[in-house]
Design a protein around this ligand. Structure first.
Ligand code: TXA
Ligand code: MG
Length: 346
């Protein structure tokens, strides 16, 4: 049985979160909101508890998990050394949507790191998440709270869809703010590498870490990624998906053409448009993800749009790409993963 509790993120009483913290302490599994996406949490120092996360998600065991902490001081217990670069990142971006990878200490169980000698740690900004961690008094291991391969959950409804009956509790804290997962930054080697673009952008990082580079595997499907999690098809809707990139007018014309053809073939088409283009399409089920003037709006609705198209039994999704600057890089990374890399350059 999965308990669902509703918590107002701006006005909550710790007693409710205490129930969740007790489950974590007893090595159970609780889904909770963060500022990025919902996480599936368990005691990160207990291998049996962590095993339950892998089981509920159906996640391959070679894909390591992030440890979530409530205070910066908890980092000392988990990593060998907090490097100068890590200190800069923490001062600038924690609490917030960035996960850093450092050499791990022995207390971190192998099941967390999938046997790697590094560990991923994040201090979330969400007050519900941080209070829960502090009440549980252990680092909380938490992947996104979706079934492996499905779009990450940005509302409690999404978590219920994937996890009902499989875990002990779901904390409904409303919709998450950013809607895309944290940036994963590897600081365990000589150069800082962005393994997964996310809430904190390349441009943000470049200001404080001038050497930072991107793992090319983030956008190209034929390169073997350094981050185990990046090698799987992810965020996958049930429908086939194609991403159209290049000149916007050409993108709109091509999507229109492809839509007409797919409809002739008897397919149900979903179009991921934007506020600037949505009026230009004549056929298909059209969803605007947000405005190109502020791509955080697009990031915010991408995963829920993928799930909505599933509910509408869409056969094929045609998505407008976005410019890869700022949060656009993370959006394109998720679209590429969702489509299995299928793009049409216009
Ligand atoms: O925003 C987020 O990061 C959310 C919320 C819940 O905090 N969590 C999340 O976790 O997205 P997950 O497990 O879905 O993604 C973690 C990513 C995976 O791609 C994983 O392979 C990578 O981080 N990762 C974890 N530990 C790693 C390590 N030691 N070395 C390289 N990559 C690692
Ligand atoms: Mg995930």
């Amino acid at each position: 049985d999965t308990k669902i509790i509703k918590i107002d993120k701006d006005n909550f009483n710790q007693e409710d979160l205490n129930k969740a913290a007790k489950i974590i302490k007893a090595n159970g599994v609780v889904a909770f909101p963060t500022e990025t996406v919902y996480g599936l949490g368990a005691n990160g120092l207990n291998p049996e508890a962590v095993k339950k996360i892998y089981r509920a998600k159906g996640r391959p065991s070679d894909n390591p998990l992030i440890l979530h902490i409530g205070e910066v001081s908890q980092l000392d217990d988990l990593v060998e050394e907090i490097t100068e670069e890590a200190t800069k990142c923490i001062e600038e971006f924690w609490p917030g949507p960035i996960t850093i990878i450092l050499k791990r200490k022995k207390v971190v169980p192998d099941i967390i790191t999938a046997g790697l000698d590094t560990v991923a740690v994040r201090m979330p900004e969400s007050s519900i998440a941080r209070t829960l961690i502090n009440l549980a008094k252990v680092p909380i291991a938490a992947p996104s709270a979706n079934l492996s391969g499905r779009p990450s959950p940005t509302s409690a409804g999404h978590v219920i869809e994937d996890m009902m009956g499989k875990i002990d509790m779901i904390i409904d804290g409303g919709e998450t703010g950013i809607g895309i997962e944290s940036t994963v930054l590897d600081l365990s080697g000589s150069t800082p590498i962005i393994l997964r673009p996310g809430g904190i952008t390349y441009e943000d990082l470049k200001r404080i870490l001038p050497d930072v580079v991107e793992d090319k595997a983030n956008l190209e499907n034929d390169i073997i990624p350094k981050s185990p999690g990046q090698k799987y098809r992810h965020y996958a809707p049930k429908a086939e998906m194609l991403v159209f990139t290049g000149n916007l007018e050409a993108v709109v014309n091509n999507i229109d053409k492809y839509t007409k053809q797919a409809i002739i073939e008897g397919k149900k088409v979903g179009i991921m448009a934007t506020d600037e283009t949505k009026e230009k399409y004549n056929d298909g089920t059209i969803k605007s993800l947000g405005t190109r003037m502020d791509k955080t709006t697009i990031a915010n609705s991408l995963f829920s749009a993928l799930r909505e198209f599933d509910h509408l039994d869409i056969d094929i999704i045609f998505a407008e790409g976005v410019e890869k600057d700022n949060i656009g890089l993370a959006i394109m990374n998720r679209m590429m993963k969702a489509s299995g890399g299928k793009t049409i350059k216009c």
